[in-house]
Design a protein around this ligand. Structure first.
Ligand code: ADP
Ligand code: SF4
Length: 677
């Protein structure tokens, strides 16, 4: 280990328990929840194996009145839940780490769609989500019941084997709704002045402590700013008073930024590493207890800096531990060059928002630990001496070559361009997406350690070339290109309208007059291009048939930030309109509801609609089976965007999956968790 990083491996006492080092995996959603306990346990176990000294669960409901369906949350409502969660604690303990559990009650910030229990809140209010049910105010008997639920869940947490039990007052959830003057309008001893609004939190801490007994640690998770301006809790307003009031009661302070729309886990497009420091740095001066915070930390130097400057005692991580569960082990072993750094794309957030198991752009094994038995650091060795040619060095080809190489296969990776990276080379030049090149950098670096993988640049292969090269197995990762015919998600028929595509813009196409970007893709490309072109001084209008700009980025918790940035950049956003015609100097659009027509000035039209696989090589190669046989080619397989254009995460996954399954007789179907009959 580099002695500079030794402090990261010091044990830290958290009340009666001791974390073996300063690496703390803070609670984060996994999309597993109570429905997929085995997958959840395996995922957390891998984190512990990778060296995280503390590994926490995701939000774990204490009572059916806090139900986040259809999203995946944990439950500690009964004995069955206790047994299921014991598996997670065991998986974490197996590697000598401490297991933490985040007990949760959402109050008005839950859905209760499964349980159909009325939502609860300090004061009667509409739901935090756009849905018909409103939340009712807790009366005194409800508050007493609520305190009993927390204590009962805490007891179950201990029974399940957890070492650190949370009182969770963050993210707009019930205890936080009591704290914030925005949401607490009570006139009794639980409302009004701060001491009253913090009363429930204090009671919860004291009663949870009693429930867990002397051998387990008590953690508080507090949002020290809710980013709602002065009407809410802020780090330079009431938060220091709250911390002072409760300073020595818990054994650990887990502090972060909260508020709606995932402001605690902002994407790299909107925040740098360590961006929460300005909000949380005051906490350590007000308590003697250890403090943990997050900030997408991937650099050991930044981590050490946080400790040395007294900002944090424990380095909290959700996303960096998802992108590389073995980050601590790599630092410990002096292999920090091998850390697979999170790129801050928030694809992991999208999994929870879509109610499906966790996935990650950088780490294709994430979420597949139990289901497919994939390990982030171990991969079965090769079954034969077959040699594989991978064509195309974008995310899919790079990952495929690397994973095949790690299995011991001899691999040639051929890339038409001079530089490796495929679409990453272009996309990472867009505003705020610079970190995305890490997907290429990490793989290119790791490939350099594998002497049996040869990389050929400036090697644009034809079908004839491939037939003559003598490789038995071919993986085609030749990517995709943007469509010129305007077919997109909501526009299903090809139109006569033709414009530039993002590929043309990246290739340096000339832009004249005002720019209309027609976005029927709804992910990042339309808005990022708009931002770039506006910054270059063009007048830009973003037209989309969706009601909002970059609509799918609601899943990555970026949409509101994107919309705000476009507005600030002077981009004119025209929602709910379909593209109909392009005429000299203007485009015609139609209202998606009424078909009412309108025209917009347009010098340059950019179509950000669908993408088409670049699979010509596949078509040519598979046209004539005898030619393949004569060339002794056993298989030709498309991977990544060449098979089906999608996200970078899906391309990496596709390349990895090909490598895992290559040469295996019959790869098993992914396992599924089924409820007991
Ligand atoms: P994916 O996301 O599936 O990895 P990309 O579009 O990012 O796809 O990358 C595809 C890569 O394949 C590009 O770098 C491109 O230059 C390369 N490529 C395409 N056709 C050929 C070819 N015939 N020979 C070699 N490389 C190719
Ligand atoms: Fe980081 Fe993206 Fe992976 Fe999430 S999905 S952990 S943001 S690389």
């Amino acid at each position: 280990m580099n002695p500079r990083y030794a402090r990261l491996f010091e044990p830290v006492a958290i009340g009666p328990v001791t974390a073996p080092n300063r690496f703390y995996q803070t609670p984060h959603a996994t999309g597993m929840g109570y429905l997929r306990p085995k997958a959840g346990a395996a995922l957390r176990g891998i984190k512990a194996e990778g060296g995280w000294g503390v590994v926490c669960t995701e939000y774990c409901s204490i009572h059916p009145s806090s139900d986040d369906s259809p999203y995946a949350f944990l439950t500690l409502w009964d004995e069955d839940d206790t047994k299921a969660l014991a598996k997670t604690a065991e998986a974490i303990h197996e590697h000598g780490s401490l297991a933490g559990i985040e007990l949760w009650h959402g109050g008005a910030h839950s859905t209760n769609k499964l349980t159909r229990e009325p939502m609860l809140a300090p004061s009667a209010r509409p739901s935090c989500f756009m849905q018909p049910p409103a939340a009712r105010a807790l009366d005194k008997a409800d508050i007493r019941a609520f305190r009993r639920w927390q204590a009962a869940a805490a007891k179950r947490a201990v029974e399940a084997g957890f070492d650190i039990v949370y009182v969770y007052a963050g993210h707009d959830y019930l205890p936080f709704q009591f704290l914030s003057p925005r949401t607490n309008r009570r006139a009794d001893e639980y409302g009004g002045k701060l001491g009253n609004r913090a009363r429930l939190l204090r009671e919860m801490l004291e009663e949870t402590r009693e429930a867990i007994g002397p051998d387990r640690a008590l953690a508080i998770r507090l949002a020290v700013t809710e980013l709602h301006g002065p009407t809410g809790i802020t780090h330079d307003g009431e938060a220091p008073e709250i911390v002072s009031m409760l300073a020595e009661i818990p054994d650990l302070w887990d502090v972060n930024v909260a508020g709606g729309n995932g402001k605690d886990s902002k994407s790299a497009r909107f925040s740098p590493e360590g961006y929460q420091e300005q909000h949380v740095q005051f906490v350590k001066s007000l308590t003697t207890k250890p403090v943990v915070g997050v900030g997408r930390f991937t650099s050991p130097d930044t981590m050490i800096d946080q400790i040395k400057r007294g900002v944090l005692d424990l380095i909290g991580a959700a996303r960096p531990s998802i992108a590389d569960p073995f980050l601590p082990a790599k630092i410990r072993e002096g292999r920090e060059d091998e850390i697979r750094e999170c790129i801050g794309c928030n694809i992991c957030r999208s999994a929870n928002n879509e109610g499906v198991p966790l996935r990650c752009t950088q780490n294709p094994t994430m979420g597949e630990e139990w289901r497919r038995g994939w390990h982030p650091e171990r991969i079965p060795t090769k079954r034969s001496d077959r040699r594989v040619l991978v064509v195309g060095a974008g995310p899919a080809g790079l990952e495929c070559a690397l994973a095949l190489g790690r299995r011991g296969y001899e691999v040639a990776l051929a890339e038409a361009g001079r530089e490796l990276g495929g679409r990453l080379l272009r996309d990472s030049t867009l505003p705020g997406l610079g970190t995305w090149i890490r997907v290429r950098d990490w793989r290119a670096h790791m490939l350099g350690k594998l002497p049996h993988v040869s990389v050929f640049r400036e090697s644009e292969l034809t079908a004839e070339n491939i037939l003559g090269l003598g490789y038995e197995d071919i993986a085609l990762a030749t990517g995709s290109r943007w469509r010129h015919d305007a077919i997109g998600t909501l526009m299903e028929e090809a139109s006569d309208v033709s414009g530039l595509t993002p590929d043309d813009i990246f290739a340096g196409a000339t832009i004249t007059g005002s720019v209309v970007i027609y976005d029927d893709d709804h992910y990042y490309m339309g808005s990022a291009l708009a931002e770039r072109l506006a910054a270059e001084g063009h007048q830009v209008e973003l037209v989309t048939p969706a009601p909002i700009a970059s609509a799918w980025t609601e899943m990555t918790n970026e949409q509101d930030l994107i919309q705000a940035r476009l507005i600030e950049a002077g981009v004119n956003i025209t929602p709910l309109r379909r593209l109909m015609a392009l005429r000299p100097g203007e485009v015609e659009t139609a209202c998606v509801y009424t078909d009412a027509r309108a025209t917009t000035e347009c010098g340059t039209l950019v179509l950000v609609t669908g993408r088409i696989a670049d699979d010509m090589l596949y078509t040519e190669l598979t046209l004539d089976e005898t030619r393949l046989k004569d060339a002794s080619i056993r298989s030709v397989t498309r991977i990544g965007d060449c098979l089906a254009p999608s996200s970078i995460a899906d391309a990496v996954f596709s390349g990895h999956r090909f490598a895992r399954e290559f040469g295996e007789n019959a790869p098993p179907a992914p396992r599924r968790e089924r409820p007991p009959h």
